[in-house]
Design a binder for this molecule. Structure first.
Ligand SMILES: [Zn+2]
Length: 230
């Protein structure tokens, strides 16, 4: 993809991170972790400040936005990679990948793509904060709720009705149920967070690695590029 596409994609992500719906992203992502017979509960506070930090990191070129549709999993509009290995001599770090430079043409498509970007920026934010010992399932709980809450609030701003959304399944449904309560400033029962964690653990995308800790080593690491600094 072209440098022009990457520039446009960067603007797209920054626009999402400055969208008024970001102000709603205030919640405690709660995940019950079971490793063998040991059960623990992890709580991660997500707030609009996290997205401000990601925004700044993109402006400061510590996080890079690229259009690379071939790298994305099927059906995904965005992904965050703390490391992208090209070959033995080239390794890139802290990248947000988009499938295309813009959010799409229709309002529903734009909300959906923006919500996916928010999801991925949550992963970027956890990395930026260098959160220690964060299992994949915890990362995904925070990211799914953030994406759903952003989409629900964006719908409200468009005078649409998030409570009338139907046909969601799995992780999307579990996250939406939490988002509707958060949107209404109502308490979220732990059972709903456990349901989301279970949906993540059952999803083939995450099933085999749900308990693995992800590397949150901060952002802004210099890329390994053969024969060149960055
Ligand atoms: Zn994710």
């Amino acid at each position: 993809m072209s440098a022009e596409d990457d520039r446009k994609a960067t603007e797209t992500v920054l626009r999402v991170l400055r969208h008024p719906s970001i102000s709603k992203l205030s919640f405690k992502a709660t995940t019950t972790i079971q490793k063998g017979s040991v059960v623990s509960v992890s709580t991660r506070t997500v707030s609009p400040v996290l997205y401000d930090e990601v925004c700044k990191a993109i402006v400061d070129r510590k996080i890079t936005v690229l259009v690379q549709p071939t790298i994305l999993p099927p059906g995904a509009a965005a992904a965050y990679l703390h490391k992208l290995t090209i070959d033995a001599d080239n390794e890139w770090y802290d990248i947000i990948i988009l499938g295309k430079p813009d959010l799409g043409n229709t309002a529903p498509e734009q909300v959906k793509t923006a919500a996916e970007i928010v999801h991925e920026c949550t992963h970027a934010g956890y990395d930026l904060l260098k959160l220690p010992k964060t299992a994949l399932v915890e990362h995904e709980v925070g990211a799914y709720v953030a994406g759903a809450l952003f989409a629900a609030e964006a719908m409200v701003l468009l005078k649409a009705h998030p409570e009338r959304v139907s046909g969601l399944q799995g992780t999307a449904k579990a996250a939406w149920d939490i988002a509707l309560l958060e949107l209404a400033d109502q308490p979220v029962p732990r059972a709903l967070y456990d349901k989301l964690a279970l949906a993540i653990r059952s999803d083939p995308l995450y099933r085999d690695h749900a308990n693995d800790d992800l590397v949150n080593d901060g952002v802004g690491k210099a890329w390994k590029i053969k024969g060149a600094g960055r």
